[in-house]
Design a protein around this ligand. Structure first.
Ligand code: FES
Length: 161
């Protein structure tokens, strides 16, 4: 008996069922894979206005510390970071908010009332009350945050990369 060059009905049905099964698998599977991978593929940046409380909490002329935490979700990882700032009310209405991160290698700086300077303990960087460099290896003044006052409350614009 010679074989027919044409597909048998059974083989045709098997082929169609196989193709349809594969297509259904792709249609169902691709979104699921995309859903599972999407957190890892997202680049997270966030920015927001952080409330620092009533402006009246900050005495004029005295650098005053404030700290806050932010929780960041990066892919499947969740991390909570703490941040610190110094609020300097130069006058009743003129306020500067300094980051406490050293502009050299990112150690934490602190205010020293006795010498009227911010000091970084890592390499002895010094800044004056206005954040300008006094001495040390740091390449620039202390970083500042944009700030605003709404209904008597102070806010800083915080960008987290
Ligand atoms: S890290 Fe602050 S002076 Fe080097």
């Amino acid at each position: 008996m010679t074989k027919s060059p044409h597909l048998s009905r059974n083989n045709f049905v098997k082929g169609v069922v196989g193709i349809l099964g594969t297509l259904m698998g792709v249609i169902v599977g691709l979104p699921a894979i995309g859903y599972l991978l999407s957190p890892a593929l997202k680049i997270q940046t966030s920015e927001s206005w952080i409330p620092l409380g009533p402006l009246d909490n900050y005495p004029v002329g005295e650098p005053t510390p404030f700290s806050f935490t932010r929780t960041k979700i990066n892919g499947w990882e969740k991390a909570t970071n703490s941040y610190g700032v110094y609020v300097l009310r130069k006058t009743e209405t003129d306020t500067t908010v300094f980051s406490n991160i050293c502009t050299h290698l990112s150690c934490r700086v602190s205010w020293h009332d006795d010498i009227v300077q911010y000091v970084c303990p890592c390499h002895d960087g010094h800044w004056n009350k206005d954040g300008a460099i006094v001495s040390g290896p740091q390449p620039r003044p202390l970083d500042t945050f944009e700030n605003k006052v709404e209904d008597g409350n102070l806010f800083i614009h915080f960008v987290e990369g």
